[in-house]
Design a protein. Structure first.
Length: 482
């Protein structure tokens, strides 16, 4: 007997899949000797249509595929993040790949494939489906990272990402096998029930360590961060942006389903470990970022530090911690995308990602300089922007959970991060420019920069509705430690 499938629950993923197939057919049918970016245009039209469809699913809930696929408020929230991020990534792709001609069409297909993977990760309620979803996302990222075949850094980044990604996949499967051997199931709900009625054993502990190693690779937590700097620098900038927001968010929704649901009953056992990893991750990321000379490498180490901040919410193990992670990721989405919009435009105009070349940017483009400044200030956690209240919410969560020492370490790290973020800002506004030629910004990029700036400011000043959305996203989850 085949399971009864509720197609309404998987309608979003189905629609994205149909869109991908349709774009492939359009690419085959359209003439090849045109300079018009038809696939990019159709991608934007389809994406906005899918976002409108996503809005209609706000109150959709249930499971299908024998409980392997879940649609709840948390999945809906993260799918919205992925769709919004994809709007920015598509625009960056059009800007970055103007010189590639036909080759950018295949890149669009890979972006759509990555979107399917991220949405499936958000709704996975079974370890096997989660593994397949992560692989769909990761394989597309492997190819996109090494997409610039004539660029040595891109090829090197792709190889490193592939090798370490394959290693993390092996850890994941090995962990699942141990977990299945103990609980006789791969369903999240069944394993959660087992954890509520059994104590942790050496075998389940080993399984948790292996599975967390795989998640740690996705979110760039120490000591699973080795790939970040080289991949961030070598990958095409739109891919770096996707890694920093989309892939990271996919990793954290998996982590939330694990440590707030599946393993929630064992909170006492894993909480301190996550707190220590949080402290090490944020400290390492910030200290190494201070010495970077490439803007993409700097944001790579910055993303490691932000993974450390987000792990504070997981260590807290409370409803406030989970909501704080959602709120933080929402603000981080617009903040990081704002920074990468500037990087795409600047690197296209100057063919450089070196921080020294950003000298005097304010005199060459006021919009680029202001957008980067807002992004840097928000990443540093200065009020009244989104980054400040995101960090504030997570600090409240860990203090209420008794980890005052972790909050103090996070406060020290925020001060450290101010140094390297403000050094970039100083370079942009104080240093003399190497060139006086203005940098032109296309209308779509101007619009997206304005949207990202407004979002960072509004999320910071009017936190209420956004925090309510973050809290609503976790209301359907069960907590054992609040």
């Amino acid at each position: 007997m085949f399971p009864v499938i509720d197609w309404n629950l998987i309608s979003l993923e189905t629609l994205i899949g149909i869109t991908l197939v349709s774009l492939v057919v359009i690419d085959i049918v359209l003439p090849k000797n045109t300079d018009r970016d038809w696939i990019g245009t159709f991608s934007f039209i389809a994406l906005f249509g899918i976002i409108l469809f996503w809005l209609t699913q706000a109150h959709l809930s249930g499971t299908t595929f024998s409980g392997m696929f879940v649609m709840d408020s948390l999945a809906w929230f993260f799918k919205g993040l992925f769709l919004i991020a994809m709007v920015f990534i598509l625009a960056m792709t059009q800007e970055f790949f103007k010189s590639l001609g036909e080759r950018r069409n295949e890149f669009y297909f890979l972006l759509w494939l990555a979107l399917i993977g991220m949405c499936l990760v958000a709704s996975s309620a079974d370890f096997l489906l989660m593994f397949i979803s992560i692989e769909i996302l990761t394989i597309s990222l492997y190819v996109m990272t090494a997409y610039l075949k004539s660029d040595k850094l891109s090829i090197e980044a792709g190889m490193k990402y592939l090798i370490l990604g394959a290693l993390s996949s092996g850890f994941f499967l090995y962990g699942i096998s141990f977990l299945y051997g103990t609980t006789h199931s791969t369903h999240f709900a069944a394993i959660q029930s087992y954890c509520q009625t059994h104590d942790m054993t050496p075998m389940t502990l080993f399984a948790m360590v292996l599975i967390f190693a795989a998640v740690g690779f996705k979110v760039a937590a120490v000591p699973f961060h080795m790939w970040v700097a080289d991949v961030y620098q070598g990958a095409p900038t739109p891919v770096t942006a996707l890694l920093s927001v989309g892939s990271k968010a996919a990793g954290f929704i998996f982590l939330m389903r694990l440590f707030f649901g599946v393993f929630g009953a064992w909170h006492v056992e894993w909480s301190l470990v996550l707190a220590v990893l949080s402290a090490i991750t944020m400290t390492y990321g910030n200290l190494v970022a201070m010495f970077q000379t490439n803007i993409k490498r700097l944001l790579g180490y910055s993303s490691i530090s932000h993974a450390g901040y987000l792990l504070m919410g997981a260590a807290a193990g409370s409803a406030l911690g989970a909501a704080g992670m959602n709120f933080y990721l929402l603000g981080y989405l617009f903040t990081n995308l704002a920074a990468f919009l500037v990087i795409v435009v600047f690197s296209t105009a100057t063919h450089s990602d070196e921080i020294k070349d950003y000298a005097g940017l304010s005199k060459r483009s006021g919009l680029l300089a202001f957008t980067m400044l807002i992004a840097l200030v928000s990443l540093a956690g200065m009020p009244p922007l989104a980054g400040f209240f995101g960090k504030f919410t997570l600090l409240m969560a860990v203090i209420k959970s008794g980890y005052v020492w972790l909050a103090l370490i996070a406060g020290a790290n925020i001060v450290i991060s101010l140094y390297y973020y403000m050094m970039v800002a100083k370079r942009i506004y104080v240093d003399a420019p190497h060139s006086t030629s203005p940098i032109l910004v296309s209308t779509p990029m101007k619009l997206l920069m304005a949207v990202s700036i407004m979002a960072v400011i509004l999320i910071g000043i009017f936190q209420g509705p956004f925090l309510d959305a973050a809290i609503t996203a976790v209301n359907g989850m069960s907590f054992t430690h609040q």
